[in-house]
Design a protein around this ligand. Structure first.
Ligand code: ADP
Ligand code: MG
Length: 161
């Protein structure tokens, strides 16, 4: 089977936010999103764009919490695995129950820290700052559960510029 992946660039924070809104639109019936990228890549900006689009109370960096919940048109469960010490801690924060997505949007930041623990079905987003300041963003579909959401996001992203 061919790999489902597409690539785009955002030129400024507003475009990164718009991408977040598109993700909220495509994923509003429930989705698991892995969000990988170094500090400053634009992960929080993207999440803020999504939260605003879905009328969720404003998202902030979850660095000091392992999970934040944002309530709005849809619930967003935002995990940050950066500060997690061991995979065992995932049980304690209820990670495995939450990621059995049931109509919510699940965002997993720093998914590469515990890649064995990730749900097989997910939309995997990698953000990377380029030398010219733009963000290079790849979106990969893992599993088939979110194929429809993937296709819708890809379609919406055509109007990003
Ligand atoms: N496409 C972009 N081009 C330039 N700057 C961007 C872009 N997307 C986001 N930024 C800016 O990069 C900075 C870091 O973004 P942030 O979302 O806090 O990163 P992270 O959460 O990944 O650490 C912010 O000032 C944000 O406005
Ligand atoms: Mg951040």
């Amino acid at each position: 089977m061919e790999e489902k992946i597409f690539l785009l660039y955002t030129d400024n924070p507003a475009q990164t936010k718009r991408l977040g809104a598109f993700l909220g639109e495509a994923g509003r019936s429930g989705i698991v999103v892995c969000l990988e990228g170094e500090l400053g890549a634009g992960k929080t900006t993207l999440t803020q764009g999504m939260a605003a689009f879905l009328h969720c109370n404003s998202a902030s960096s979850p660095t000091f919490n392992l999970m934040n919940v944002y309530e709005g048109d849809v619930s967003i469960y935002h995990f940050d695995l950066y500060r997690l010490n061991s995979e065992d801690d995932l049980y304690e924060i209820g990670f495995y129950e939450y990621v059995q997505e049931n109509g919510e949007i699940i965002i997993i930041e720093w998914p590469d820290r515990f890649s064995d623990a990730l749900p097989e079905d997910n939309l995997y987003i990698r953000m990377c700052e380029q030398k010219d300041g733009r963000r290079k963003i790849t979106v990969t579909l893992n599993g088939m559960k979110y194929q429809k959401q993937y296709e819708e996001l890809k379609y919406l992203c055509q109007s990003l510029r």
